[in-house]
Design a protein around this ligand. Structure first.
Ligand SMILES: *Cc1c(COP(=O)(O)O)cnc(C)c1O
Length: 225
């Protein structure tokens, strides 16, 4: 399936989810996750009109970035080892997986201008998932005030892969209320406006519950290599 065809379907689903929840589709940024696909397919994705791309591993990111460069804004969405920060810091526009102080320290040290970061939260409590426990998020974010090159623009979560809509909805609701809590603190280094949540299987629900950034791989570009 061509990316444009997939994108049209996704956009129509976004419009529906926005209508249901009284939101404006312009508030939603689609991040095309290209980790499964080739450079050709990534170029097709850009030509289809996607301006934001996401990669979850350093090698995959660098491979794509070498070709695509600044034709897209880049979001690093995967677990990031501190020693790899220096390789991505001047190439990505946002990091969605900030989950520990040592990583914040390294980003702060390597960045030359403030880096937009999403703090990753493990809302579902699954052991396999990275991210902070919800109860630690506020104090973690407060503790980042000392880092002049860290800007907490939002929160990110990955919901479990499952069909139970009410369970998923509850996860998204929890992240939204946590975001509201952080935002109400009015921290200068943490405007925390955004919610990076929703993937191929659950983006409509995530949008109904407030997502501003949805990360879509398989339903947009496919999952072949
Ligand atoms: C792979 C990945 C996605 C996209 O997954 P799909 O289900 O294929 O849409 C989104 N976010 C993260 C962090 C990922 O690793």
């Amino acid at each position: 399936m061509e990316v444009v065809t997939n994108l049209n379907e996704i956009k129509s689903n976004i419009r529906q989810a926005c209508e249901k929840s009284n939101r404006n589709p312009d508030e939603i940024t689609i991040i095309g996750v290209t980790k499964y696909v080739t450079i050709e397919r990534t170029e097709e994705t850009i030509n289809a009109g996607i301006k934001n791309l996401g990669e979850n591993r350093l090698e995959g990111f660098l491979e794509k970035y070498n070709y695509i460069q600044d034709q897209a804004s880049w979001h690093f969405i995967g677990t990031l080892q501190s020693r790899k920060v220096k390789e991505i810091i001047d190439k990505v526009d946002a990091i969605h997986s900030l989950d520990r102080k040592s990583l914040a320290k390294e980003i702060n040290k390597r960045a030359t201008t403030p880096m937009d970061c999403f703090v990753q939260v493990n809302v579902s409590g699954e052991e396999s998932k990275h991210g902070l426990s919800p109860e630690n998020v506020l104090s973690f974010i407060s503790s980042l005030a000392i880092f002049e090159n860290i800007r907490v623009v939002g929160l990110m979560t990955m919901a479990p892969h499952m069909e139970n809509q009410e369970f998923l909805r509850d996860i998204f609701k929890k992240l939204t209320s946590l975001r509201d809590e952080v935002r109400s603190e009015q921290l200068a280094h943490a405007p925390c406006k955004y919610l990076s949540m929703g993937m191929s299987n659950d983006y409509q629900l995530a949008i109904e519950e407030g997502a501003t950034h949805i990360r879509i791989g398989s339903k947009l570009v496919g999952s072949f290599k």
